[in-house]
Design a binder for this molecule. Structure first.
Ligand code: SAM
Length: 295
């Protein structure tokens, strides 16, 4: 029996042009092979591809021999580009939105375009695929049943710590994107605000230098605080420990450590947020401990 030589028969078959509407197309986060057959069909068939950075996306488009024109859609031109895109949709065109990497709208532009396209009654279709968020989450070895995607934390230390304090009591795995030059200071703040929770630094996923480094937050902070790090990074942090699992001696030790660096009030607030404990009880314990430390 003869076999077809085409590795992807679905791509070899004649296809119809996509229906009019907006297609939100996921593209690879590193390895160019991580793109779906449907994504390639849609990108090849639409009237126009809206790309965050047309020069960057050209590499992917050329790699797959796609001839569709690219037009820029990014945060600096969106106010002008969005009405143009909506006008094309009104003419019955099919448009694809892509970002530099992964899934558009995930820490990337596109939310307002999707909202306005849907409000105007145009069809919006997701074409799912790679995202650094899910790739890191599924490889980190931390619970995946509940997670909160925080995206990028504020770059300034004070705002970052305030945000982490607000996240401390959330009973879910937390997922952050971070720039390599801020990794050390970000891990130090994560350790200070969330305690020594299990975590994973996922670097350069799907690329040549992919690494997954797991450990308690304080150990990761010490490691990356001392080393220069390059590449793209996702940080995954485990949920706070169950209350029943809290050991009173370990809690006292944690409070002692916090009292060495913070006022009694702040130390109590941090510990209470970390472990979802009544602030008043922790404050009383902190006062007692602080009293013991006086000469
Ligand atoms: N839309 C993308 C997605 O679906 O993942 C995310 C875009 S956001 C502007 C870029 C950030 O995603 C990077 O700074 C990094 O935190 C993370 N990221 C992207 N590619 C990655 C990779 N290959 N490995 C690890 N993190 C990555």
């Amino acid at each position: 029996m003869s076999r077809t030589a085409a590795p992807f028969p679905a791509l070899g078959a004649r296809r119809e042009a996509p229906e009019p509407g907006l297609y939100i197309v996921s593209t690879p986060i590193g390895n160019l092979a991580d793109i779906t057959l449907r994504a390639l069909e849609v990108l090849a068939g639409v009237d126009l591809i809206l790309a965050e950075d047309t020069r960057y996306s050209r590499r992917l488009i050329d790699h797959y021999g796609i001839a569709t024109s690219l037009s820029a859609y990014h945060e600096h031109n969106a106010e002008r580009a969005r009405p143009e895109a909506l006008a094309r949709l009104a003419q019955g065109q099919a448009l694809a939105l892509i970002s530099d990497a992964g899934t558009p709208l995930i820490s990337d532009p596109g939310f307002k375009l999707v909202a306005e396209a849907r409000a105007a009654g145009f069809a919006v279709h997701p074409i799912p695929g790679a995202s650094a968020l899910l790739s890191a989450l599924v490889a980190a070895g931390l619970p995946t049943d509940r997670f909160l995607f925080e995206g990028f934390l504020p770059p300034k230390a004070e705002a970052r710590r305030a945000r982490l304090n607000a996240l401390a009591a959330i009973e879910a795995t937390l997922v952050f994107y971070e720039a390599p030059q801020r990794l050390g200071e970000c891990l130090a703040d994560l350790a200070a605000e969330l305690g020594p929770r299990p975590a994973c630094v996922a670097r350069e996923l799907t690329k040549l230098h992919e690494t997954l480094h797991s450990g308690p937050l304080d150990e990761l902070a010490a490691h990356y605080g001392a080393a220069e790090t390059k590449g793209e990074i996702v940080i995954v942090v485990g949920a706070p420990p169950e209350r029943a699992a809290l050991d009173p001696a370990a809690l006292s030790a944690e409070l002692e450590a916090l009292l060495a660096a913070h006022t009694t009030k702040d130390a109590a607030a941090i510990l209470a947020a970390r472990h979802r404990l009544p602030r008043r009880d922790v404050y009383a314990q902190a006062l007692a401990l602080a009293g013991k430390r006086l000469p």
